[in-house]
Design a protein around this ligand. Structure first.
Ligand SMILES: CC(C)(COP(=O)(O)OP(=O)(O)OC[C@H]1O[C@@H](n2cnc3c(N)ncnc32)[C@H](O)[C@@H]1OP(=O)(O)O)[C@@H](O)C(=O)NCCC(=O)NCCS
Length: 177
C-alpha cells in the first residue's frame, strides 16, 4: 500500500470509496439527491471546486493500482486565522481495520505540518482520533462550529501552533448540510 497525492484520474474512484465507506454509517451526511450517495461523497466534490481546496492535502491509499482509501484536509479558520479542517476520511469497507486509516491520518498530518499549518480540526470519535494527538477543541480554547458537538469536535496542534482561540469554521461546502 502506498499513500500519495490525489491525481486527476482518481476523482471517480475517490467518489466511489467515499460513498462506499459512509453508506450505512449512522452519522453519515444525508444524500443530496434522495436515494443517492451519502453526502460525504458529494461534499468531497464540492470541496474540490471550493477556494478552500488544498491539492497537497487530498491523499489516497492505493493497493494494486486501486484507490482503497482517501483523506482530505481543506482550508478552515479559527476566527480569522487560517487552519485546516480534516475530512472526510474513508476506507473501503472490505479493507477497514487493516491500518489504512491510520496510515492516511499520519500522512495527512505530516503533510500539514510540513506545509507550516498550525492546527487541524475535525468532528469524530475521540477514541479513534485521540491516538493521533487530537484533543477536545475546547480544551485549547477553540469553540466547535456547532456547540452541541461537544468533545467530538477535536483539534490536533502542529509545529507552527502558538496558541489560537476562537470559533472554528470549516470551508463553506460543509455548511450546506
Ligand atoms: C474510520 C475509518 C476511516 C478507519 O479506517 P481503518 O482503516 O478501518 O482504521 P485502522 O485500521 O487504521 O484503525 C482501526 C482502529 O480504528 C477503530 N475505528 C475504526 N472506525 C472507527 C470509528 N468510526 N469510531 C471509532 N473507532 C473506529 C477500530 O476500532 C480500530 O481500533 P483498535 O485498533 O483499537 O481496534 C474507516 O473505518 C471508515 O472508512 N469508516 C467509515 C467512514 C467514517 O466513519 N469515517 C470517519 C469519520 S469522518
Amino acid at each position: 500500500m502506498i499513500v500519495r497525492r490525489e491525481r486527476s484520474d482518481d476523482v471517480d474512484a475517490i467518489h466511489a470509496v467515499t460513498a462506499a465507506a459512509f453508506r450505512g454509517v449512522a452519522h453519515s451526511a444525508p444524500p443530496v439527491v434522495p436515494g443517492g450517495d451519502p453526502g460525504e461523497a458529494t461534499l468531497v466534490s464540492w470541496l474540490r471546486d471550493d477556494a478552500g481546496w488544498i491539492p497537497e492535502l487530498s491523499l489516497v491509499a492505493v493497493e494494486d493500482d486501486q484507490v482503497v482509501g482517501h483523506v482530505l484536509a481543506t482550508r478552515a479558520h479559527v476566527d480569522d486565522r487560517p487552519v485546516l479542517g480534516l475530512g472526510p476520511l474513508s476506507v473501503l469497507p472490505h479493507r477497514q481495520r487493516a491500518g489504512l486509516g491510520t496510515a492516511l491520518m499520519h500522512a495527512v498530518l505530516g503533510a500539514a505540518d510540513a506545509l507550516g499549518e498550525p492546527l487541524v480540526g475535525l468532528l469524530g470519535n475521540p477514541y479513534y482520533y485521540g491516538r493521533f494527538g487530537f484533543v477536545p477543541a475546547r480544551s485549547v480554547g477553540v469553540a466547535a462550529p456547532v456547540p452541541a458537538w461537544g468533545d467530538n469536535f477535536q483539534v490536533r496542534t502542529l509545529s507552527r501552533y502558538e496558541g489560537l482561540a476562537g470559533r472554528f469554521r470549516y470551508a463553506e461546502p460543509f455548511d450546506r448540510f
